[in-house]
Design a protein around this ligand. Structure first.
Ligand code: CMP
Length: 230
């Protein structure tokens, strides 16, 4: 990204820095940390449904989302799938294979139009070796992801279908400790089923029950979750 910059490129760079500075890896760090990162990679756009990473393949790139959303998925037999996470602006993915040199742990695909900063393995490792503060913060980032995964495994293993749906929706909404209700963009019944490892029909029935019992309110493209203190 070095050399003479057009106004358009400068603008892209500025927007990318604004988005990535919200990622806890970079929050509060001096501007040069992100400038160096941007120099190591390039901005790429992807259409809806594009598979950026395929489970089991060798990995040689890491991605930072600049706009749009991506889902991290495991595919089972007969087309069954489970969505491990929905990633958003500022999130990083693809770092696991870069760090441990093992095959990609899951597949990642664009949910809608997606724009990412893409950095090659060598460049990323070189960047980390020169920026120890980022290196250390990556531990915290990956630890947070492990916490999410632990929470999710607990939810899948220990709760019934309504509990699993509530657990998943609250995970998407991330309410504050004092929130009594929170509104989220409504995922399709199929998407919820993929997140909890169930079927669309079972999810439809459970949502109806949850709505009748006053735990949620379903609107056209939103769901309101009512948070009940125990
Ligand atoms: P990698 O294994 O290189 O390729 C797939 C990527 O998906 C992986 O790196 C992580 O960045 C991401 N990923 C894997 N598992 C999870 C998870 N449970 N939650 C969020 N992201 C994940």
């Amino acid at each position: 990204m070095r050399g003479i910059m057009t106004e358009e490129k400068k603008d892209t760079l500025k927007k990318a820095q604004a988005v990535l500075s919200k990622n806890p890896i970079f929050t509060g760090l001096e501007g040069f940390y992100l400038e160096h990162l941007m120099e190591k990679g390039e901005v790429r756009g992807y259409g809806r449904g594009t598979q950026l990473i395929s489970e089991g393949e060798q990995g040689d790139e890491v991605f930072f989302i600049l706009s749009g959303k991506a889902r991290v998925t495991l595919y089972g037999e007969e087309g069954r799938e489970i969505v491990l996470a929905v990633l958003r602006e500022g999130d990083m993915f693809g770092e696991m294979s870069i760090v441990d040199e093992k095959p990609r742990s899951a597949s990642v695909e664009a949910i809608g139009a997606l724009e990412c900063l893409v950095i090659g393995k060598e460049g990323f490792l070189e960047y980390l070796s020169r920026h120890h503060r980022v290196y250390i913060r990556m531990f915290a980032y990956i630890t947070a992801r492990l916490r999410d995964a632990t929470r999710k495994i607990g939810g899948l293993a220990l709760l019934d279908v309504c509990g699993r749906i509530a657990h998943t929706l609250i995970g998407l909404a991330k309410p504050g400790p004092k929130d009594k209700s929170v509104t989220i963009e409504r995922p399709t019944h199929e998407e919820i089923a993929a997140m909890i490892g169930s079927s669309r029909e079972v999810v439809s029935r459970a949502l109806k029950k949850m709505s009748q019992e006053g735990y949620i309110k379903i609107e056209k493209d939103k769901i309101v979750l009512f948070i009940h203190a125990e």
